[in-house]
Design a protein around this ligand. Sequence first.
Ligand code: SF4
Ligand code: SF4
Length: 235
Amino acid sequence: MREAESELRISASRLKETVLAFGDSWESAEGYRGLSETLGRELPMLYQAYDAYVSALLATGTERVSCSKSCSHCCSHYVTSVEPYELLFLHGHVSRHAEYPSRLVAMHRRTTLFRSLRKDADGDEAEDRALYRYYLRNQPCPFLAGDGSCGVYAARPMSCRMYHSVSHPSLCKGKSVIAPNNRNFLIELPEDIEADIARAGRIFSESGIPESLFEGLLKMNELFGAYDSGPASGD
Ligand code: SF4
Ligand code: SF4
């Protein structure tokens, strides 16, 4: 467990240094491609280190996790807290797919639905209420494949990887998600690692990239279009 945590710490620190070294250059076509390629090497290592940390942590407990690769009720959540460089990496990945345009439309629909549920209400409670009401609308993530697996499994963001349950999967569905016997939980990062990962996002702080998965990817599309076409601005 300590070894896995230490590996995760090293990966997070390396990712932070690598991303910060790009500074503002990521906004140009060349910088975007360079950062995209760098993230293609570094981020999978961080994800692997996180997955190994989760496995080591779960092995210290006595309860068995109910999650499996094709179990997907939780993929109807509105995914939030996604780091901008995770969005950039995922955008580079999905914008090469033939289904990219239809996924953009699906993400736009979900974003519009979530905004209408949140209305103009501010604060964590309003956000939580909107997230719950969104979940009840049963709008699966556009990346969810027909067999219940994640279509971007290797590139899925950390927020998706954190979600676990030790109760029966049926309790992850619909209103059961708030039942007292539902035992969903998030496996968060140790605080110092979380802080390192957040620091890596500083180079994006002026760009107004939303931290939700769908809104964030829509923003990436607005900035860069399809991966091979470079920035939409012609930069
Ligand atoms: S959190 Fe629930 S729905 Fe998601 S994989 Fe685990 S058991 Fe299945
Ligand atoms: S990205 Fe993958 S794991 Fe995350 S919500 Fe979508 S289908 Fe599920």
